[in-house]
Design a protein around this ligand. Structure first.
Ligand SMILES: [Zn+2]
Length: 432
């Protein structure tokens, strides 16, 4: 089965580029479009958009160029291609891929798509998403998810004409081919070949995260509706929070979260990992210095703006304190009140809440998870002097958690059982 991957560069958000340099790793490049079909006399080309057209130049023949008026296909006989993506004159990504490239001009910029065999794509995801040292059953579960996610990502990319993108902040991490795949990883791909998770006969939304900190979360408590921004979104029957071991009485109250965090040896399948718990210490100065700017920036982004509600004053005053005012079944913060001298700001949804703590001084993009509670210190005058954020887990905690899957595999659970535990009601099906 072939899929189309939109290449942004992992971790990047821009889908349209100012140019791309393509290099064949064996033999010459073959270029074709509806109107032309030619082997290119060279192994390297530079491609950029001009108006509605695609311009192809060869570094070996300066001054000479070809013009393509419609979608351009670029491939090599070996299938192995190296490419560099450009934004303006800046190189933003470099990677090695296997498959055929499709280039299109869209809005004056270049869309770079990779037509890849699904199994080859899964190889690229596997090495990006889980360490090769993982138990084979945990890796198999991840391979099934990688395949499933490619067929049904949360963001519908069909409007841009492809299945899935390569960004871990949007879809799942995909870094292209890896010639150094271990024997174990190869066996994982082979033994799960074509296997996907389905629900009601369609690919399931196979969300996963790194570490759930003792309890996974309901889909609806972490995600908003993509069309209407409704939060919480409508529930998905197979994405329900589950306990991952023995949890303190009263869970998920804040008191129970504190207790779990402080346990010397929590009895959960994910507590072996260093990402099970964390803390971040902020001085009042660094919070005052950055939080209002970060919030201002987030309010300009469509994915965050609806989830940040300003007080009547519209001003972000001196920070007086933080309070989680709504939590999900895992204790994830669904709503955070930031009390300031000019009124209370209300922040909804875990990704927004994590992001408002982004802090350039601390080189922090966002908090590791939304399963948080605070220790807030005040000075003699009653002003906030420092805040420590304590957290459990890493990522949103919905669906399979990689550290939990590893813990279960080490206890002897096979991959199909791991999958039906994290996605109850789904069926393991095969695509060809
Ligand atoms: Zn995407």
């Amino acid at each position: 089965m072939k899929i189309l991957v939109g290449l942004k560069g992992p971790g990047l958000s821009e889908l349209r580029h100012s140019g791309v340099k393509i290099e064949s790793l064996a033999g010459s490049l073959e270029l074709s479009s509806k109107s032309t079909n030619a082997t290119y006399p060279g192994a390297i080309i530079n491609v950029h958009p001009q108006g509605d057209e695609i311009i192809v130049e060869s570094p070996g023949n300066p001054g000479e160029h070809r013009v393509y008026k419609d979608e351009l296909k670029v491939e090599t006989r070996s299938g192995n291609i190296k490419l560099l993506l450009y934004s303006g004159n800046r190189q933003v990504h470099s990677g090695q891929y296997s498959g055929r490239l499709l280039l299109k001009v869209d809005g004056g910029k270049l869309l770079v798509l990779l037509e890849s065999d699904l199994e080859v794509y899964v190889r690229g995801v596997l090495r990006s998403e889980v360490p090769a040292s993982y138990h084979i059953e945990a890796m198999k579960a991840q391979a099934v998810l990688a395949r499933t996610y490619a067929l049904r990502p949360r963001i519908d990319h069909s409007v841009d004409g492809f299945n899935v993108c390569d960004s871990f902040t949007c879809c799942q991490a995909f870094n292209g081919v890896d010639p150094a795949l271990t024997a174990g990883q190869k066996a994982v791909i082979e033994e799960t070949k074509g296997k996907v998770l389905t629900y009601d006969g369609k690919p399931a939304l196979a969300l996963f995260s790194a570490n759930a900190g003792g309890h996974t979360e309901d889909y609806s408590n972490c995600f908003s509706n993509l069309k209407t921004n409704k939060f919480p979104d409508d529930p998905l029957p197979y994405l329900k929070g589950i306990p991952e071991g023995k949890l303190p009485h009263g869970f998920p109250s804040e008191a129970a979260l504190r207790q779990l965090w402080a346990l010397p040896k929590p009895e959960t399948v994910d507590a072996w990992s260093a990402t099970f718990r964390w803390q971040a210490h902020f001085t009042a100065d660094t919070l005052e210095g950055h939080m209002h700017h970060v919030i201002e920036t987030l309010r300009k982004e469509a994915q965050f703006a609806p989830f940040i509600v300003a007080p009547e004053s519209q001003k972000f005053g001196h920070i007086q304190g933080f309070e989680v005012t709504r939590r999900g079944v895992s204790g994830v913060a669904m709503e955070l009140a930031i009390r300031t001298s000019t009124g209370t700001w209300t922040i909804a949804k875990e990704l927004t809440i994590r992001s408002v703590f982004g802090n350039p001084d601390m080189k922090l993009k966002r908090l590791r998870s939304g399963r948080i509670f605070f220790d807030q210190q005040k000075d003699k005058l009653g002003m906030l002097s420092a805040v420590t954020v304590f957290g459990l887990g890493f990522g949103h905690g919905v669906g399979l958690q990689q550290n939990g899957a590893q813990g279960l595999a080490l206890q002897g659970m096979p991959f199909d059982k791991i999958l039906s535990r994290y996605y109850p009601g789904t069926v393991l099906s095969t695509v060809h």
